[in-house]
Design a protein around this ligand. Structure first.
Ligand SMILES: Cc1ncc(COP(=O)(O)O)c(C=O)c1O
Length: 339
């Protein structure tokens, strides 16, 4: 498993845990330890799991988030200490200049965590050059860069965003699909950063870390199921469902467009392109989105429990099933646009 993951993500060392939350927790701790700084920068509107450090400005109430140039750090839950909010700087996605200024103004920040494709508000892809700019700016400021690939890793390509966009961070967090259905988390990093663990400067712990069941399931999933042909199929299936749903949006004049990468995608119910959390909060039509979600559920297409998620295709999905999804969406469009 370690060999397969280090090959896929081009980072030499890996440690295992049991969930995506643990993977981002380990990553942030490594960043803080390696940089020697407590400050963390994160993207407004992004979810990284349920530990204190990252439960900041996940989906902040627009009335509380402050000006775009200087977003306020908002707790996602009661019980998050004020000290955590004080050491967390929030910046908008897809805006390299805002990141550069925030890091210049906050020299106490030593770590950045980013979900390189935002998947907590539908699908928001990075603008061309954005991830490259994030890499360059974090390097310039001496900031450890973490890609949270809990959702994208081993899913949108063998090596996730690292492979698909060709940008290499210092640390990658993995979870979810990596375990082939069993609980797993993993953190990958450079030799220097991961040496913090082997030198016993950073404690990376967990009773079930690297347990044989998850390791065997994950290894089988990554080496026997998710091969080159599987990723090619996911690309092709993703294109098929996006194309047929986009065609429905256009034909019925819905205030919506499709967005996706490989087997992850969704219909974005917004007339304006959503590029970050603020444009989502301003333009996204929650009412139509929820209605479409209910419509699919009531038509036997069982979606994720959260309506603001996206679909994740499996290699088990046939073209007929993808076309069925689009056909139900067409019915929805017909009914919702009927005068
Ligand atoms: C991007 C991202 N990071 C981390 C997590 C946390 O993973 P887990 O639910 O396995 O703790 C999630 C879960 O939805 C996620 O979407």
């Amino acid at each position: 498993m370690a060999e397969e993951l280090t090959r896929r993500f081009r980072l030499p060392k890996v440690r295992f845990s049991n969930s995506g939350t643990e993977a981002t927790l380990d990553a942030v701790r490594l960043g803080r330890a390696f940089s020697g700084k407590d400050g963390l920068v994160k993207i407004e509107g992004t979810y990284h799991g349920h530990h204190d450090a990252v439960m900041v400005s996940v989906k902040p109430n627009p009335g509380k988030m402050g000006p775009r140039a200087r977003p306020i750090s908002v707790a996602q839950s009661a019980g998050i200490p004020q000290a955590i909010l004080d050491m967390t700087v929030v910046v908008p996605f897809n805006d390299p200049d805002a990141l550069d200024s925030a890091l210049a103004e906050n020299p106490d920040v030593g770590t950045m965590i980013i979900e390189p494709i935002m998947l907590n508000i539908g699908v928001v892809v990075p603008k061309p050059g954005y991830l490259e700019a994030v890499r360059e700016i974090t390097r310039k400021h001496g900031v450890v860069l973490i890609f949270d690939e809990v959702k994208t890793g081993n899913v949108i390509a063998a090596g996730g965003v690292v492979e698909r966009y060709g940008v290499l961070p210092d640390v990658v967090s993995l979870g979810k699909a990596t375990g082939g259905g069993t609980p797993i988390g993993a953190v990958l990093g450079t030799e220097e950063i991961m040496a913090m663990i082997t030198d016993h400067r950073v404690a990376q712990l967990g009773t079930f870390n690297g347990n044989p069941l998850s390791m065997a399931a994950a290894e089988a999933c990554l080496t026997k199921v998710l091969d080159k042909a599987a990723y090619a199929r996911l690309d092709q299936a993703g294109e098929r469902i996006l194309k047929s749903c986009q065609e429905v949006c256009d034909r019925f004049g819905l205030p919506a467009y499709t967005a996706g990468v490989a087997g992850k995608g969704c219909i974005m119910f917004s007339e304006q392109p959503v590029v970050d959390y603020r444009s989502y909060a301003e333009h996204f039509r929650d009412d139509l989105n929820y209605l479409a979600w209910l419509y699919h559920m009531n038509s036997g297409v069982y979606m994720t429990p959260g309506a603001d998620e996206q679909w994740t295709l499996s290699i088990a999905h046939s073209d007929e099933e993808l076309d069925h999804y689009a056909a139900v969406f067409e019915e929805f469009a017909r009914e919702v646009t009927a005068a």
